[in-house]
Write a protein that binds this ligand. Structure first.
Ligand code: UT7
Length: 330
């Protein structure tokens, strides 16, 4: 059976209008614009209002991607939605989006892969397309991290923001689209609050006690994650290139997970990629978990940093731990 390619035919992104600057954060916790810029490269992040959920951002991003792809929402066969901030435990956020965009013929599900969700989601889309099961798949990474951020904890609250990014993939016989994907995980890092939201699931169901102990907020040990993240992203990038019979010279642009500018710089150094080949927009959005790479991919394409024929390497790491990389020919 001839395997099909999964062409990227449209991208879109959306962030809420309201921004929270480093100076705003100075008024909320014991921090400074100088510390945040120097340690993270962040300047501002976008934050939703209390009535907005992840699916609302996802719908806006998806509609833009669908417009760019020039397809009818009813052509979409599957919606894959990575998120760590679903609207509810169930039903899936993907089902809310399916209704919101009128994709009435699509199957829909969420995936939980932490910040690596976007490359994990692209790989799922690619498998369904390559196998001939589906023709058109929409991947949307959507996060409202502000809803699970402890605004009294300076070690985390300066880092996170809200946004969504979407990408439409379609079967093609042309030599373009997803070239290779590499997914990995190590559950040995799942415990110990390295990066988790401890309560609200079946381990620690919501109770007065979990609320009093602030267990419904992100818990993170940043310094340890930093080192693991650099290693995981660099190694997964190399793995994806190897699987695609590519070299670093073939890469037009690397889109790393936007957790910290210093992490991105270190990944670039490890890979030996020059600064201009490492995409950075963490200054504008902060860390939006799975959405960072989806928003970055859309910005890189819309701003014509990359175009037809170019090769983009997406690299990610996140809670789990998970790590992943995707090489795509545009
Ligand atoms: O999405 C994937 C998951 N997330 C990540 O990958 C995050 C990875 N980690 C990081 O980006 C960095 O580790 C952080 C930005 C979280 C922290 O930067 P760091 O350079 O690793 O700082 P640190 O945690 O080693 O803390 C250094 C100092 C500490 O003070 P002392 O103990 O040296 O006196 C902290 O208490 O900075 C202090 N600090 C702050 N100071 C001002 C921590 N947060 C803040 C803050 N403002 N917001």
């Amino acid at each position: 059976m001839e395997l099909l390619n999964s062409a990227l035919i449209g991208t879109g992104s959306f962030a809420p209008e309201k921004t929270l600057t480093n100076f705003d954060l100075e008024k909320m916790v014991d921090t400074s614009d100088e510390w945040i810029r120097r340690r993270t490269g962040m300047v501002e992040r976008h934050i939703v209002d209390e009535n907005t959920a992840s699916s609302d951002l996802a719908i806006q991003a998806a509609l833009k991607a669908i417009e760019k792809a020039n397809i009818d929402p009813e052509e979409i066969d599957l919606i894959v939605l990575p998120t760590v901030t679903p609207d509810m435990s169930f039903p899936s956020t993907a089902c809310f989006v399916q209704k919101g965009i009128g994709a009435s013929n699509a199957a829909a599900f969420d995936i939980s892969a932490g910040c690596s969700g976007f490359p994990y989601g692209i790989s799922i889309a690619d498998q369904f397309i390559k196998s001939g099961t589906y023709k058109t798949v929409l991947v949307i990474a959507a996060e409202t991290l502000s809803k699970i951020t402890d605004w009294t904890d300076r070690s985390t609250c300066v880092l996170f923001g809200d946004a969504a990014g979407a990408a439409v993939f379609q079967a093609t016989r042309d030599n373009k689209g997803v070239i290779s994907s590499y997914l990995s995980a190590d559950g040995n890092f799942s415990g110990g609050n390295l990066l988790s939201l401890p309560a609200g699931g079946s381990r620690n169901p919501a109770s007065h006690e979990t609320v009093d102990k602030r267990m419904h907020y992100i818990k993170m040990r940043g310094r340890e994650l930093f080192k693991l993240g650099v290693k995981a992203m660099a190694e997964s990038g190399l793995k994806a290139l190897e699987l695609g019979n590519l070299t670093l010279d073939d890469v037009t642009l690397c889109i790393p997970h936007q957790a910290n500018k210093r992490i991105i710089d270190a990944v670039g150094e490890r890979l030996g990629l020059p600064e201009e080949k490492m995409f950075i927009n963490v200054d504008k959005y902060g860390n939006t978990s799975s959405a960072t790479m989806a928003v970055a991919l859309d910005e890189a394409i819309r701003n014509e940093k990359v175009g037809s024929g170019d090769i983009v390497l997406i690299v990610a790491f996140g809670s789990g731990l998970t790590w992943a990389a995707i090489a795509i020919r545009l």
